[in-house]
Design a protein around this ligand. Sequence first.
Ligand code: UDP
Length: 328
Amino acid sequence: MRVLISGGAGFIGSHLAEAYLENGDEVYIIDDLSTGSLDNIAHLKTKSAYQKRLFVHIDTILNRDILMELVGTCDVVHHLAAAVGVEFILDHPMESITTNIQGTEIVLELCNKFKKRVLIASTSEVYGKHTHAPLVETDNIIYGPSSKFRWSYAASKLMDEFMALAYFRTTGLNVTVARLFNTVGPRQTGAYGMVIPRLVGQALRNEPLTVYGDGKQTRTFTYVRDVVWAFMRLVENPEAFGQVFNIGGVEEISIGDLAKRIITVSGSSSTIQFIPYDKAFGKDFEDMQRRVPGIEKVRKLIGFDPKTHLDAILTKVISYMRNRTDIV
Ligand code: UDP
C-alpha cells in the first residue's frame, strides 16, 4: 500500500511513517519543516530496507500541484500537517490559521477528487474551556473571545472537522477525524511549549522545572505509538468514516505532580518554579484547567487501549533526550 503522510517529518508523523515502513508499505511524506525536522526521519532514510519505500518532499501542503501528484499516487492519506503547539500558535497567528484551514481544504478537495481514504488529525483543543471529565465527542464546545489568540487554533481545527464531515455528507468521502489529546514520546520537541519534553530537558540540565500557573491543571498523556496504532486502524475502517474519535490516555495527572514525577524518574536535582501565566504567555492567555478524554467510542470500534503508562513514557523520553544534547 502507498501511504501519504502530510507532516510526516513531524513528531507524530515520523512515528506513523516508521510504523507503515515496518509493515512493508510505501511511505510518501510532504512536510515544510516548519515545526518538523529532517532529523526525525534521518534514521528511516538511512535504513537500507526502507530506502526504496520512503519518498520525502519538502514542500508546503498549500502547493496544490505537488499535493495533487502525491494524493493521486497514494492509496491512503494521513493529514497531520498543521501549526501546532500553543506557543507556536501565539507566535505565528496568521500562518497558523492559513495552514490549518487552507491546507486542510486542499487535502480534502484532492482526496475527494481521487476518492482516497483520509484521516484528519484534529485536537482536543476543539473542546475549549471545559472543566468536566471525561470529554466526549458529542460535548458542546466553549471558547474564549477572539482577542485571546489561543482559541484561533481550536476554531481553525474545528473548521477542518466541519469541512471533513461536510465532504462525507455531500460526496461520501471516506474521511475520519481523530481528536488527539496530549501525545508524547521520543522526538517531540519542547521548542513550541510542549510540557513533557520541556520539563524533561530542564530536569536533565538540573535547571528549575517551569510549571505554569499553580500547577493544578490536569492532562492525560498518550504514547505516540499507541496513537499511531489507532490511526492505522481508523483510516481503514468503513465504520469510522464520517465519524469523530477522541484518542487519548486515561491517567489524569496535574502538571505539578507531573513535574515531581519527572524529577524522580530522571534522578534530577532540579526544583520546581511556578510561573504565572501572564509571565509565560502574556496577558491574553487562558489555559485549559482540565483535559481528560472519553475513549469509549474508539475503544468500541477498534479496541483502542493505550497500554503505555506515564512512568514508561517518561523513561523512554528521558533516555532519548539524555542521548541528545542538542534538544531544547
Ligand atoms: N506547561 C507548563 N510548563 C511548561 C510548558 C507547559 O506548566 O514549560 C503547562 C501548560 O500551561 C499546560 C500543560 O502544561 O497547562 C500542557 O501544556 P502543553 O503545551 O504541553 O499542551 P496543552 O495541553 O496546553 O495543549
